[in-house]
Each structure stands twice: as C-alpha cells, then as structure tokens.
Write a protein that binds this ligand. Sequence first.
Ligand code: ATP
Length: 947
Amino acid sequence: MASLSYDLTLAGLAVGSAAALTGIGLIVTYRATGVLNFAHGAIAMVCAYVLRQLTVEWNWPLPLATAVTLLLVAPAIGLLLEKAVFRPLSILGSDPAQTLVASIGVFILLVGGAALIWGPGAKADAPTLVSTEPWAPLAVTLALAGAVWAVTRWTRFGSELRAVVDNRPLAVLSGIDADRVASVGWAFGAFTAGLTGVLLAPFVRLDPYGMPLLVMEVVAVAVAARMRSLSIAVAVALALGVAQSQLTRLHPSGWAEPLLQALGANLFVVALLVTALVLPGIGSQNTLPRTATARVPTPPGAWIVAAVLFLIPLGFAGSDLTTSVQVPALAVILLSLVIVTGRGGQISLGQAAYAGLGALFTALLTAGRFPGLPELPHLPALAVAVLLVAPLGLLTGWPAINRRGLALALATFAVGVGVSRFVFAQPYATSGLTLDRPAGFDSDRAYYVLELALLAAALLFAISMRRGRMGRALAAMRDHEAGASAAGVPVRTLKLTAFVAGAALAALGGGMLGMGLRAFDPAAYDPVRGLLWFAAVVVLGADSLLGAVVAAALLVGLDAGARGGVAAALIGILAVLVARVPAAAGWSRRLSLTPLGRRARSALPPTSHPPARSPRIRPWTNKLSRPPTRLPRSAKGRVGSAYSNGGGAGAGAAEARETSLHEPAVGGAREGTCRYVRPEHGSRHSSPEAPKRPPDDSEDGHTGAAPPPNRPRREPPHPLTAHKITATYDGFTALDSVDLSVPPGHITAVVGPNGAGKSTLFHCLAGTLRPDKGRITYDGKDITRTPAHARTRLGVARTFQQLAVFPSLTITENVQVGADQARSKHPQDRQATTQALRLLDLHHTTTRHHPAADLPTGTLRRVELARALAGRPHTLLLDEPAAGLDTAEVAALARVLRALAADGMALLVVEHDIDLVANLADTVHVMAAGRIVTSGPPAEVLHRAAP
Ligand SMILES: Nc1ncnc2c1ncn2[C@@H]1O[C@H](COP(=O)(O)OP(=O)(O)OP(=O)(O)O)[C@@H](O)[C@H]1O
C-alpha cells in the first residue's frame, strides 16, 4: 500500500511538473507583456510535432533534435508572435480584448496548421525525452523555476522586467527597452511551452486538437498564482498533480464512482473552474467598452443573395446535401454569439457547451432518459431542451456580472471545458445514446427545409434582441457599462438575459446539428470548436447577423471541401489580422473588436487625466459667438436649444428664462408652450434654500410651476440628501460624516482640493459607491442601498467626468437609451428624446444620425447631457461637466444648466473650474479632508476659501 501511494505520488509529481512548466511560461509571458497567451498549448503541440518530425520522420539524433526544437524552434515561434502580432498590437495601443482575440487567433491558426501539415489523427510514436522516472521532469521544473526566480531577482534584466511590468511607459521613459523585455518574455514563454509539449507528448495523445486543450486546462495554476508568483504556481501544480493521482486509489460504489473517476481524471479542470469562477477576476477589468461594434450597413440586397444561396443546397444531392445540413444549425449557434458577444459585448468562449447540451438533452428526451421527464417526439424534445438549457446560461452569465475582458474569457472557457469533461466525455451521460431526425423530416432535403424554418425563427429572435429598446440597451452595455447603468439600464439583469438568450439559441443550433448528424457526437461541441466559433464570429463582424450566417457557411464549406485544418487556419489568420491591421482595408471596418476601439479612443478624452480644452471651433460654438437672440417663444412644434441661443458665460437668470423651452408635446399649462424638463415636478423655487430668482416673465406666463393638465400633479420630491455619510477605502476615511442636500430649482456646487472627497461624495449620491455609515434619501425614501440604474429610474441622473457615451450608437440612439429606461406609459414622454436633442442643439439631421464614435469632446458632452435629460430626471448630478470644453462651450453649458434649474431641476455640480462655479452655483460647499468645511453663496464662500 505504502509503495502504491509512493508510486502514485511520483506519478502525480510528473504530471504536476508538466503543469508547473506551463504555469511558469504563462506567468513569465504575462508579466513581461500583459498577454495571457491562449496559444501556449498550441505552441506546446507544434513543438512536440516538430520533435517527432525530426526524430521519427527524419531520423535525427534525439539530443540534436531536442536542442533544435527547444532552443531554436520554440523561441523562434515566440519571437515571431511577438514581432508579427503582439508588438504591433501594443504599438496600436490595443486593449486586452484585442490581444485576447489575437492569441485565440494564433491558437486556432497553429491548430489548423498542424492538422494541415501532420493530419488530424493522433500520433502514438512521439519520442520520450526523459526517463519515465518522474524525478527528471520534476528536477527540470524546479531548476527552471529557480532560474527564472534568480534572473528576475538578481540580474539587470530582471529589474528591467519588473520595471516594465510595473509601469511600461515609465520604464520606457527611463531608458529601458521594453520591446526587448517583451521579446525575451515571449521567447522564454514559448520555450517553456515547447518543453511542456515534448515532455507530455509520449504520455498523452499527440493530436492537433487534444494536446493544446490539455495544456490550456492547467492555466488554473497560473491563475491561482494571480499571474504573479512562480512558487505558488509550482506548488499548486504539484499539489494538484499528486491529489489527482491519489484520487485513483479510491473506489466508491454506486453513483459516486463515475463522478470520482471524472474528478480523478480532471482535477485541473476543477481547479480551472474554481479559480476562474470563484477567485476574483485577473487582468484588466476595463476591456469591454472597446469591444463595441463598428456600425456598417449591410449592403443592399445582401440578405436576398444570402437567402438565395441558402436555397441552393435544396438542389444538391448525396453527400453535398448531407454536408449542407450542418450550415443552418451552425448559423443558429453562431447567432447566439452575435447576441452575447457582438451585441452584448460579453466575451463568451463557452458557447459550444450550450450547443452540446442542447443536442445531449434532445437525445436524452427522445430516448426517455431525461430524469423526471417522459419520452418526447423529436421537435417537442428540441423545444424542451432549449428551455432546459436556457437557464444554464446563468453558468456563464453569473460570472459575467463581475467580470470583464480576460477574466470573463477565462470563466466562460472554464465552463466550456468543464461541461465538455464532466458531461460530454462521461459514459454515464452519453453511453448508448442515439439521436435521429423528426418524423417526416428524415431525408436530407426535408430536414434542410425544416432547418431553414428554424433558422428564420432564430433570425427573427436575434433581430428582436438587437432592435429597439433591448438592442440599444445591449449596445449601451457593450460600449460603456457604467454609462449604461447611469442611463438606467439594469446591467446585471441585462447580462443574465443576454447569456440566457445566447444559451437558448446555442442549444437550438446544437440540437439541430445533432439531429442533422443523426448522433450526439461530443467532438462536435469540443471547447476548441467554441474558440473557433468565437473567432469566426468576431472575424466576420461580431454584431452582424449576416456575418454569422456567412461564417457558418464558410466553416462548413471549408471543412467539407478542403483538407482538415484549412478552416481553422484561415479563421486564425483572419483573427490575427483583425487585431493586427484593423484599418488596413474597407472590410476591416466591419470587424467588431478593433477599429471602433481606436476611433472611440480618438473621440474620447484620455482616461487618466482631464482632457485639455479643445482648441477646435465647432459649428455650434460659432453660433454662440453670434449676438444673443431670443428663442422663438411659442413657435408651435419647435423647441429652442440653449446651445443655439446666444449669450455668454455671465448671463443670469433672465437669460435662463430665455432658454426655458417651449414644446407643445410635453404638455404645458397652455397648448403650445411649456418648459423642457419634468413639467410635473413643480416650482423651481420650491426649496427654502433656493435663491430668489426674478419671477418668470415668459410670454405665455407659464412658469413651470403648474403641472400639465393632462398629467397627475405630483408634489416636488424631497431633495436628494446625504445624512452624515462616511465612506472609507481600506480603512482610509475619504468622507467623514457629510451632510448635503441637493434642492430643486437650485444649483449646488461642491469644490475642494484634490483628494478632498468630492468624487467619493458624488459616487455615494449616484449609487456607484455605498457609504459605510449614514443614509442617502430621495423623495422621502432611503436609497442608500439602491443601485445606480435604479436611482436613475427614480429621477436622479448623472454625467461623468470622463465621458460615458456609447460610441457605436448614433447621437439619437445615445439619447434614446436614456429615454427608454425612464419612459412611462404616457404618450407625451415619447417626445423626451426629441426635446433633449433640441435642447442641446443636436437635432439637426446632419448630426443626429452620426455615430458618436467620431465626434469631438464638446459634442459628446452634450450627447451625454442630453441622454441624462431624456430620462426626465428631477435631480442631475454633474461630475466636472466642463472638463474638455473650450470657453464658448463652457458658456453654453452654463446657460443650459441655469435653464434647467430655472425649470425646477435640482443640480449638483462637482467642478474644478472656479469661474464656472462662481457664475453658476446658488450654493457652494467647500470640502477638505473628507468634510464639508464651509457652505454658502459663491461670492461669500469662494472669497473666504481663496488663499
Ligand atoms: N478607490 C480608492 N481606493 C483608495 N483610496 C481612494 C480611492 N478613491 C479615492 N481614494 C482616496 O480618497 C480620498 C478622496 O478621494 P476623492 O477622489 O473622493 O477626492 P476628490 O476630491 O474627488 O479629488 P480629485 O479632485 O483629485 O478627484 C483621496 O485621498 C483618495 O486618494
């Protein structure tokens, strides 16, 4: 027994050593370059094939072949990838989502290339590099880990590596050649991949698909080490290896046996699931907004051409028709990625799992083997399978709530691998399972017709998800999650909805594929296929329904018509190119992950610093330089724009009255006239703190105090109020028992030096930070625990210091998102978008249909404000609204804000621009060291606060 345990421990150490090598390689590459190399396993596989080629096919001596493979080929692959793929990406300033797509592209390219060169079958004659004695790989691993540790600790290169990892731009400024560091990181990472591959090859199946996946399953050891600590990675790998082999000693009876067997064979997958789903996400959390999709209109007639092409197979016969049967099914699966990734912006590498579950459940239901459910005919079984798989979408939807970018990619990949290993690969789930086509659709032609009908239904469903309110909300979430939440979009619920809808579509496609193939074939839903499908959808336009349909035809066509591996290699090359040369050609504009990222960045201010005032003259600022003109007071059907209205920064309340707006549709006291904002919320002077503004002298006599006759009168809400709120960051008190009220009809400003706590207070009021103590109330209700989107829906809107617009949406759509979320059933509220656009002078037909990605900062500030106003808020929170605006733009902004306050809205402005505050605010609160130190009218307070 003792000897068995010893032997198992040694065997476990051997497995653990290979995993540790992978962990070391992944960590070094990640530390040197910031890239989690999804292609690591594929490099391992290629190196194993190269060694086999040199020794078995060409009869080279093993030592020479090993030296060439590990010291030349592997580092050369790493250097090539760094130079040709990842360095250009870092020069382009790409975000992690792009590098992720590139590394998945490299993975698929290498897998496809290996299948092309060496064939898809497994090779059983890979040379054995070291003895089967496990001490050898263990010694290699420990020596390598020690060497890496020593190099990073004691050499100049090591300190350069640490400097680049800590702050690459600073390291470059201090003279470090960051590219050289990255090159060495890639060469070393590829060397460890090669070493893993050649050590593992004799003991596992050497095939293009299985081995890369096997290596990537052990990514858990690097994630457990937070992509940082080599010693933790090695320890975790060895512990998992030993535990996995010790599990084989246990032989429980009954249902536990297959489960334990599965665990014993897949402990690294369990670790992957735990690390990816339970531990907090690794990598940047800031990636997804850049995965927004460029808006490229589908060429006219393209759908007709596609429909005709999809009808052509009806004229086929024999194997061609049998092959064609896979196309509509795969198209439905890929449509699920359009919803989740293309429209919803959520990276999902696990869709193959849902497709496979759809097929498996259909097979189980038709065989009467699904626990608790009767045997069903095929089509009802497919429908029930879809319904059963849909909620399982929460498996990936749940982690998506708190994860983005790389962390989400890992979590969804883990779910895909977990389902594949613990469900599809297990005999208890799949043995003896058959699947056939529905009665009456047995022939290929009849079944193809049925599939076309199901594809049409899936397309209609996908269209409904991408259109209207739902489509805009998904796109808003994809483009800017915090911005979407601020517009009232319930981001958590929407993510879950996207994943559930995606799982349902994938299950439908998977079931169709299974019935088409007349079998449940686990290989058809392998996680590697999930990666291939993801890349294919991204390459052909992630947010394009037509792209998904074309991708399905391309993948099936290439698989059937060309050598195995061509499809993967082609998609891999395209995925690399998408990230590598995003704007090289017109077609690249439809590729979702890259071009917009760059365009959006060029349109948005830098993320870490307030942007410089823009020197550009824009049409609407030119208007401001014209002499003041009064708005047409009761021009029926027209709403004046404060931006197109004249006036300067110093204009006062009288000017504010001029910019009060007249819009028949809103329902003023008299037909044809009314103010812009929430006519129901009462007098702008309702607050006792409100300054005495001159009475309104508008021609129509409407002051905004009277509610529209056709709407229920509503008393003005109690103001948004902070009651003794305290907020801390890791024990540091950023807000200390702060009281603040934001009364209606009043502009309240918060000023103070850097670090005073202004932003923290703003976040507490907006709902993006929960105070440790104290309460926030609004309209008499405690909203301290109310999330940001729900506060928006209650009537507390906000704008951002760093712009939060949705670059893939047009100006109108951006504003509509705000209106969608707050829209009541009242028909008058349908005018909210139009009114907001007019108020901010965004209503011209030339601009309103323009995608926000290409617009200058000043315009985007107006778009953001219009979106906030379209939700008809009672209270508006503005975080440095003048950041990035030139003088004329600031003056125009001030005029609008005064107009809004004159109409009774409560405004809170956190602002560094003291001139603006002095001219704008009714009350100023000065903060210092987390407290409000003084409050009062600006003239008094700012004078007192001046040094
Ligand atoms: N996420 C965080 N983690 C730890 N400390 C934080 C965090 N955010 C802010 N702080 C600290 O809390 C204090 C208040 O920060 P806050 O950003 O609210 O100040 P501020 O007045 O808005 O400053 P600024 O004008 O520079 O934005 C500062 O000392 C800041 O360093």
